[in-house]
Design a protein around this ligand. Sequence first.
Ligand SMILES: Cc1cc2nc3c(=O)[nH]c(=O)nc-3n(C[C@H](O)[C@H](O)[C@H](O)COP(=O)(O)O)c2cc1C
Length: 199
Amino acid sequence: MSMLRVLAISGSERSGSWNHHLLAVAVKALQAHGVQVDPLDLRALALPLYDGDFQQAHGVPDNVLRLRDALQAADALLLVTPEYNGFPPPLVVNSFDWLSRVGAEGDKPAGLVATAGKPVALMSASPGLLGGLRSLNYTRQYLSMAFAMMPVPQQFALARANEAFDETGALKDTKQRASVETVIAGLLKVAAALKNAPA
Ligand SMILES: Cc1cc2nc3c(=O)[nH]c(=O)nc-3n(C[C@H](O)[C@H](O)[C@H](O)COP(=O)(O)O)c2cc1C
């Protein structure tokens, strides 16, 4: 079997983000499993807030196609995102809303085709006591219901994220490190099974 490819996305636009820190830990865990990790910086796509008049006048921004292409190339997605008021943040929702407007072109699939049937693992980090847990079910529902993605049941919400990392960026707590591993193992199990499944 060829190497699994996982697209790694942080839902935070903030430098010094705790979710970037957690994503970095998860990326190391993925790489330790021999996975090719393709990072994508949502903020760097610089997408305008979705606006039907904008789309009518200018079409879908080219950078949305980068998200579509990255998803198409990946066997799975790892999304590590903060919650804002118990909900996935605008950066995530806006990027995926734009993606849903991408139509098929030549041999390139529509945005919703690139996501369909693709496994996704969810993590969150917050300085708060729940670690962003409240948003994960909404994100799960959003990606499965609208994008036909396959969220794996394992997930991890890192509470007190501002105290969780040592100076090397590693998680101090062994149980938290194990939680990351559990999510990664769940994602890779599904991704490998789907990659090997008959078409
Ligand atoms: C608009 C807004 C809403 C927030 N709502 C929540 C929340 O519902 N739950 C929570 O745990 N933290 C909440 N926070 C705090 C974030 O968890 C905190 O800013 C965190 O550092 C954001 O993640 P990042 O460090 O990856 O950027 C909120 C922050 C902002 C700016």
